[in-house]
Design a protein around this ligand. Sequence first.
Ligand code: SAH
Ligand code: AVI
Length: 324
Amino acid sequence: MRLAHHRVAPERRVPDLAEDARAGLLAPPRSMPPKYFYDERGSRLFEAICDTPEYYPTRAEAALLTDVSERVIADIRPAHVVELGSGNSHKTRHLFAACERLGIHPRYWPFEVSPQIMLDSAAALIADYDWLHVEAMSGDYTAGLGNLPLPGDGGRRLILFLGGTIGNFEPAQADAFLAEIVSLMAPGDALLLGLDRVKDVATLEAAYDDAAGYTAAFNKNLINVINRELGGDMPVAGYRHRAVFDRTLSRIEMRLVAEYAHRVRLEALGADFEIAAGEEILTEISRKFSQEAITGLLGRAGLRQTAHYPYGDDQYSLVLAVRD
Ligand code: SAH
Ligand code: AVI
């Protein structure tokens, strides 16, 4: 058996969908955490977003990994590759290809809240790499990382947090999450972190509002999740997608905007709410980092950057860092 599936118990209690909806939807300012996007349909829509001409981060990170994977693997010589929010693991394949070329054969530990996409990808990976063992971990990384069944065999671990997903956290959450990652790291372990960079507003806003409409469908899929899981009657056609770059906070904000005034029933909560025409629900933030912001983030976490791989004219960054 080269593929094992571990269900990771939460280390601490985190609100469930019902609690988040009660706290975030019933009264303004309305917001929901982005992790609920990723049911099976949402995960597939995210894959479609990654293939759009407007969404540059995936192509930028893939190009960087094509170039630097061999250097990273030769430098770290990992016994284990741990990946937080691994999705379809497509870009991670560049690292495994480098491992194959270098004859370095780490075990792979993807960790996902959306298990199906992880298990499908893991099955494809072990078919392609006959040396690879996958320990697939399903769970919520915001529920703590302390229960991950990570190896204590002394082999070096390379921890991946790719795609710019750190940008989906508020600044304080990002600091806390990096601190948790650092607490897992032993001397010799390394973190490879992908961060999207500040750039012109038109490029940023187009990336979050592609012409084919996949990002709009991804955002509106949250309504399907809420209706299905909470017995809701939110009208999918009653909301439109909006993505705006906030220069002050240096972040894209994705919102669902009510097209007309209506009342929503959430049966599982035994609650109703009224939403006015034009009222908005904040569904995701995606922070864009300056060089100073990256330096601050790593410094506060106690991480020392050992390599910085920028894409193009600082459009996107991959950072390799170790714990001091
Ligand atoms: N790393 C991939 C996927 C990025 S999309 C890439 O770069 O393309 C973000 C991924 O994180 C999704 O697959 C989503 O299911 C996962 N994710 C989001 N919130 C999560 C959480 N709280 N716990 C675990 N996984 C989460
Ligand atoms: C997963 N995460 C880094 C994506 C982002 O760019 O913030 C999610 C996404 N939302 C809309 N498009 C992509």
